[in-house]
Design a protein. Sequence first.
Length: 688
Amino acid sequence: RSQCSKSRDSNSLSAWKLSPLSCHMKNLGRALRMALKYRWSLIISTISAMLVALLWGANIGGIYPIIEVVIQQNSLRDYVAERIAITGEAIEKYDQDIEQLQKRLAICPADEADDVRRQIALKQDLADAEQQKADWFRHVQPAVVRWTPADPFQTLLLVFAVLFIGTLLRCLLLAVNMYLVGRIGQRTILDIQDHVFRNTMNMEVHELDVRGTGDLISRIRGETTAIATAITTLFGKTLREPLKMATCLAGAALVNWRLLLFSLIIVPPAVFILLSIARLTKRAHRRAVEESARLLNRLFQAVSYLRLVKAYNMQSHEHQRFRTVATDVYRKAMRISLLNALGRTNNELLGILVISMSGIVAAFLVLNQQTHLLGVRLSSTVMTPSEMILFYAFLVGVTDPLRKMGDVYNLIQSGAVAADRVFPLFDQTPQVTDPAAPREMDPGHTEIAFENVNFEYEANTPVIHQFSLSIPHGSSLAIVGANGCGKSTLINLLLRFFDPKTGAIRIGRHDIRQYRLQDLRAAIGYVTQQTMLFNDTIANNIRYGSPQASFEQVEAAARRAHAHEFISQLELQYDSSIGEHGGKLSGGQRQRLALARAILKDPPILILDEATSQIDPESETLIHESLAEFMQDRTTVLVTHRLSTLDLADRILVMSQGCVVDCGTHDELMTRCAAYRRLRATQLKEAA
């Protein structure tokens, strides 16, 4: 068993390795593609996100009529009529200027003609822009007159009512969006967890020893949570907030697109800084996840072996080891926090710089009634104070989504790292698989044959070598030998936890690789020295593997395993919970429950791996009597160090270094096998 903790070969660990940096978003992309099957939730959430963004921009746009009503003391009707008159006056003035410039062009020297033509073209552009405004106001004037009040105060009430209704609708749509996005993320993670757990149940048993329980639990639960966060972020905030930004930018562009472009010239450097920080964050997240898995491993082991820790006074040692790993996790987390802070600072500075630059330039244009700055045209027409404030408000509206987007990249990177750790388990295919055309097992033919079996956990380090043995149907065989000789490996091969490198193992007429795994293991009852019990009731632990068994059958199996005596003394009897790993029971009681479980299963093949090692001598005789009866006409393999258990076997196999030393009855071995005599005199005698 000690060799199970080592890698069998380089491929056996491939499922645990992180994906290369070159495809760091590939696995997260697979999770996103899995989420696409919830298409209706995705479609409705996308539509709601678009409506939220439109209402966000509309609410900000509501500042414009408020300014016009409050400052100018006008109704919307008055405002529209006034704007038509103002644009008409502006057009008339530009037409007069153009007429004068054309007269000047007719008499000016040739070297001034080009400048005059440029002035005429500029005035014509300004006149055309004013004409477009006038046409738009004339187009909406009938609706404004029909649907809005004439009184300024009533107009203000109408504007606030519309803003309230719009905000309420936006909040409802936001709730729908967040709920549906959360559903997409959680359903996708449920699918991933379900698939990974199913793969984990089919994985080679030594993989758990290689990587550790804590790391596996971290991947199945912790890392999938990070993937869920990334999915909800991508389909939620990453879609919703940019749409809000786009709406505000579109609003600002409608007010003055030239000024908007001028304001955004500082965005590329800020984006470059943000991407640089993101690359560092990616690496920091990867290291933090690995350290967190180490911490969980350390915590799991210390808590699982708490009795051993206390018995050897190792509390301080375990605390120091835990603190060392926890400190590394803390340092990685603080590095991520620093990078997050730098990213947030970059975004905040970007927002305030854009707002400040646009505010200064817009104020210059309004106060000086200009359309140009340093010879660069920044406005189609002369901006009004209301337009400047509205433009400024739209840019401020961009900063809130930008601020919320500050941690988006970090969340996505965390999800990408988590996906790199989870999807290798998702893709993992066990080396031990069902045959393409499985054969049916015959419970009446359970003879077992090992034919020249060779097996190794590590290359060039054989554990089982040229092993051949036959166990007739209905007979029993005890296996003895020094620790590490390969006894438990034979059991693992028989259960197909592993497959031989060469050779074959047959049950009945066929190689066990020709049977379905489920059929093979259903035919075998397996009781180990390390009793494996769940934190459940006694009845459910006995019924494990035979879920359809009645209570009467459970009780009968417990009686045959001599467990009913102590069960009946418990307050809840068979409904009593036994605690984590059966911690509320003694070692002997736990082994009796494991025996009762095998007896209830009633398999044609029985494997007992030191199954009575923790049973007290008083009960051992009774259990041996029960086992002797239960083993009748049942092919049985016993791995044991107890002399008394050898009496249950028809034959005894002596092993050494993965090979058969001898096989026969006790009397035959005592006569011809020196290795067996040494075992009887030393190891088996000590066990007795």
